[in-house]
Design a protein around this ligand. Structure first.
Ligand code: NDP
Ligand code: MN
Length: 384
């Protein structure tokens, strides 16, 4: 029986090949002067930054360029962008790039409106009200930031990476054009895709899971299982890129409702200690976390195994559920991602301190099984 459920997805999704050209038309409904927030190199070198500026201009929207966002954006980058948007009287924020540019743009929209330091608005529900309207164009298929109310920001000096969650930071419009993603290099394609997969798996097995997010999550798992190895093997495969773009946005919608679990709760703080790629960390932790959670709802793990194409007939419930863990391990191998934290440059001596930071933050997210300090250390050690 389905009891009560809430479902909020206020973002207009504009999905499909070549739809980048609609950006001017979509943005002009929200403002006349846009701060265009993007990364430092890729979008400019590929010509997308120029294209977006031209498309905006054609619809009478002026663009102020802020192409300073680094991977794992720092709070300083966000604060500077917020001041720039305010100083230049921008009335809309357009984000173009990977999850880093999209998340930075969300923080910028908050600081431009309310001033101060973005760190004051971190955590859940600390954004006081509506922010500058946001339009997002993801260039990676991974974080799902285009459909989530989350932004992840880094406080480098304090070795802290933390999230902001607020319904006010949803994009008004997300333009998801797989042609913008064709050039993503192999390794980045692999880890961003694994990020999307991890969102789907964590949302599906979360304690907040509900029928709508479950369908979105399972669909994302199925799409990613089929298409992620394909697109890692051949980045020019447009169909596989398109499937991954959709998987990422669907998985974003799923975590927007059901939240993430321990792979993210352990992985994010770790990113404050070591310079690591988000998707590689959470993907590597995922099979360990799945195993840890397996008894909370084995039927759901069996469903994951099934949509991943595993044969489960005739197996005991536990063995069938474990097939999902095995399938995720195989996926990591197929796409060439590291399997151990040591391979990502994490040092064993840091585990106790990392575990304490996890416990100080948000150790469980919406995980079905909760962790204590010893469990976090155990999971890090197993993954090491
Ligand atoms: P990044 O946005 O950090 O991008 C990684 C690299 O890929 C950058 O060097 C970037 O170049 C390059 N790049 C991006 N797009 C292209 C392209 N089309 N072609 C070639 N190169 C490209 O990576 P992610 O997308 O993985 O975002 C990670 C961030 O998102 C982390 O901070 C993570 O914590 C966060 N995150 C947010 C979530 C949310 O719900 N908001 C959920 C999960 C993760 P350049 O530097 O030149 O731009
Ligand atoms: Mn993630």
């Amino acid at each position: 029986m389905v009891g009560e459920l809430d479902f909020l997805m206020p973002t207009k999704l504009v999905f499909g090949e070549g739809r980048l050209k609609e950006v001017g038309e979509k943005v002009k409904g929200y403002g006349k002067k846009a701060l265009l927030v993007t990364g430092r190199k890729a979008m400019k070198e590929l010509g997308f930054t120029h294209q977006v500026i031209e498309y905006l201009k054609a619809e009478g929207v002026e663009a102020v360029l802020y192409d300073k966002v680094e991977p794992n954006p720092s709070k300083q980058t966000v604060n500077t962008g917020g001041k720039l948007a305010k100083g230049k009287d921008c009335d809309v924020i357009v984000a173009l790039g990977g999850g880093s540019a999209l998340d930075a743009a969300k923080g910028i929209a908050v600081v431009a409106k309310y001033g101060g330091d973005v760190w004051d608005y971190m955590g859940e529900g600390n954004v006081p009200g509506p922010v500058l309207p946001l339009v997002g164009i993801p260039s990676t298929a991974g974080t799902g930031s285009e459909t989530t109310p989350y932004a992840v920001i880094t406080f480098k000096e304090k070795k802290m990476k933390y999230f902001m969650a607020s319904p006010y930071i949803f994009f008004k419009v997300a333009i998801v054009d797989p042609l913008v993603m064709m050039s993503v290099p192999r390794y980045i394609t692999a880890y961003t895709g694994m990020d999307a997969f991890t969102h789907a798996a964590e949302a599906y097995t979360s304690r907040m899971a509900q029928p709508i997010s479950d369908r979105l999550a399972l669909q994302a798992i199925e799409l990613a299982t089929g298409s992620l190895p394909q697109v890692v093997m051949n980045g020019d495969n447009l169909e596989a890129r398109t499937n991954m773009a959709l998987a990422s946005s669907l998985a974003g919608m799923a975590i927007a409702q059901a939240g993430c679990g321990n792979a993210h709760c352990l992985g994010e703080p770790l990113g404050g200690f070591f310079k690591t790629d988000h998707g590689a960390v959470v993907g590597l932790l995922l099979p360990h976390v799945m195993e840890y959670n397996i008894l909370t709802n084995p039927d759901k793990f069996v469903n994951i195994a099934k949509v991943m194409g595993e044969k489960v007939d005739g197996l005991s419930l536990r063995s069938a559920a474990m097939k999902a863990v095995e399938a995720v391990r195989n996926l990591l191998v197929d796409i060439g991602l590291p399997q151990r934290l040591r391979d990502l440059g994490v040092q064993k001596e840091a585990i106790p301190e990392m575990a304490e930071e996890v416990m100080r933050r948000n150790p469980n997210g919406e995980s079905a099984r909760t962790v204590g300090l010893e469990d976090v250390k155990y999971l890090f050690e197993r993954a090491f």
